[in-house]
Design a protein around this ligand. Sequence first.
Ligand SMILES: *Cc1c(COP(=O)(O)O)cnc(C)c1O
Length: 354
Amino acid sequence: MPKKIGIIERYAEFLPITDKTPIVSLNEGNTPLIISEALPKEFNLDFKVYYKFEGLNPTGSFKDRGMTMAVSKALEEGYKAIMCASTGNTSAAAAAYASRSGLKCFVLIPEGNIAKGKLLQAYRYGAKVIQIKGNFDDALNLVKEITDSHPVKLVNSINPYRIQGQKTAAFEIVDELGKAPDYHLIPVGNAGNITAYWMGYKEYKEHGKNKTLPKMCGFQAAGSAPIVENRIIENPETIATAIRIGNPASWDGAVNARDESGGLIEAVTDEEIKWAYRFIAERDGVFAEPASCASVAGLIKLVKRDYIKPGSTVVCTLTGSGLKDPDIALSFDDEVITVDSNKDKVLDAMNLKL
Ligand SMILES: *Cc1c(COP(=O)(O)O)cnc(C)c1O
């Protein structure tokens, strides 16, 4: 039986670690690349679409890939505590890896704007959770200030080890496809992940693993699209809370990935995100959180203007699990049916036409 190992052991030669690095792992990574059956049928596509489903990581998002690296290095450097600002998934991952390593974990989150599943993870993994009356960008500024002047390690994606860990998702895709995809579509919030994938594809190419590079296509939520609008958004708004960010930390990395790869960064509306969110769950059996579905919403936008060449291979990263956000999941009023406890009423409601 091949043993399931984490990304540091699997890709050690590509990561900045030494024999002395204590590896803190929860067997993250090695997530499935699931081919879409429903999208090609619905839109009559002449190319293949895969979901890189990062919701199947140990804490339910891709953040685990970066956190195994950041926490292992913090431990190696002798830190006793870590801290992050978070729209939710970073705090869930930080809390879990801190729990495993014995480090203390402090998380700063914007009050009221965190999906419930993420908040409960931070508490249950034992982090000290502090909600602030401000947004994510305010929280990150505070974390920077505090970690600059105290012996606490910052584990947001401006910590370079996070990006190092996250680039391994690109390695996995190339290992599985035997090549790089032609297009890689990805949600963009703080822009660490698009930066990481681009780094991963380029590094793997230098090692001869892939001969080509994908066009990187990033998608922001329309009410929260600083890179698309080329300005800081003071009060970002979107139902996709994981990408509700007005001043991305890796802004330059994202622009660089877009320009070097000949790709694009565009916006998708909350309506488009919701449509994609329901479609891939109801028709392809893949349940990802709203922010994740910005990549699929983006794909549909690109399909409508024939951007993607026939015969291509497209990968959409689905960044996190749908279970993270129960409030959104149960917010579609048209779905709720309640009838009397009576066979005829139930049959009526079933509207059985098979
Ligand atoms: C963090 C996160 C994002 C955004 O990733 P960035 O690296 O900040 O661009 C998107 N979706 C989910 C589910 C996330 O947790």
